[in-house]
Design a binder for this molecule. Structure first.
Ligand SMILES: Cc1cc2c(cc1C)N(C[C@H](O)[C@H](O)[C@H](O)COP(=O)(O)O)c1[nH]c(=O)[nH]c(=O)c1N2
Length: 234
């Protein structure tokens, strides 16, 4: 059997891995410059080319440029963020308060990527046993858009500190449509070299070898070559 030699060129691979490594969740660095329609169209196309269970393509994209709608979503965020603060005490609570966790009003564009749970009828190939597969598919669309945006020099921030029902009502979603990702999108003053939560001392990236197991949860990996290749990777 011959192996397909259709691998990307070195430069293409470098570009892809760079987008993966340098993609950031952006909250604080948005600029007001609008995202041109042709660029936004490319991002949506990237999202639309994500894999999906049974080729269901359960996503819809709600483009939100109305300041009024964004203000309503921002108000939901503020209420939910206040509730979230109750989970922390002392130093952690003060650090949490200082974190910037959304760019809803500063970014020129918000986008909600939804999951139409009824698309394609009640039986979807591959979603027979695990019903959440449609939601997972939408997450892949989000990630495609996020990576494409990074390659375009555009920042994306995911805001999940939102009451799902209030968000759905604000965006007039029908019952069978679930708002998976509320995203803030725009050009940025800079892309941070590491996650903002890491830069601000909230949490660090875990060492990758610690997360790779062999044949079962917590079992040591019995593959010397892979262990060596992983080295002290993060
Ligand atoms: C499903 C989901 C939900 C959220 C996030 C991400 C994802 C995947 N993240 C962003 C998250 O904090 C960020 O991805 C990590 O801190 C890692 O940073 P980078 O994305 O690598 O910059 C995020 N960030 C934020 O400021 N407010 C939020 O509500 C959320 N919610």
């Amino acid at each position: 059997m011959t192996v397909s030699s259709d691998a990307f060129s070195d430069a293409e691979r470098a570009g892809l891995y760079r987008a993966i490594r340098e993609r950031r969740d952006v909250r604080s660095q948005f600029l007001p410059a609008p995202v041109p329609p042709d660029v936004l169209a490319r991002l949506l196309q990237a999202a639309h080319h994500a894999p999906s269970v049974g080729f269901m393509q359960p996503w819809d994209f709600i483009v939100i440029d109305s300041v009024d709608v964004r203000r309503q979503v921002h108000a939901i965020f503020q209420r939910e963020n206040q509730k979230a603060l109750d989970n922390y005490e002392g130093d952690q609570a003060s650090l949490y308060k200082r974190l910037k966790l959304e760019g809803i009003l500063e970014s020129p564009l918000n986008l909600c990527i939804t999951c139409d749970r009824s698309r394609g009828g009640p039986h979807v190939l591959g979603r027979n046993s695990i019903m959440e597969m449609d939601l997972f598919s939408v997450c892949l669309a989000v990630q495609n858009l996020w990576l494409a945006a990074r390659a375009e020099g555009i920042g994306v921030g995911w805001v999940s500190i939102l009451d799902q029902q209030e968000l759905a009502a604000t965006l007039q979603l029908p019952e069978h449509v679930y708002p998976v990702a509320y995203l803030c999108i725009g050009y940025v003053s800079e892309f941070l070299s590491k996650p903002e939560l890491e830069a601000k001392g909230w949490r660090s990236r875990l060492p990758l070898p610690q997360l790779v197991h062999g044949n079962g949860w917590g079992l040591a990996l019995d593959n010397e070559a892979l262990l060596e290749a992983l080295g002290s990777a993060v």
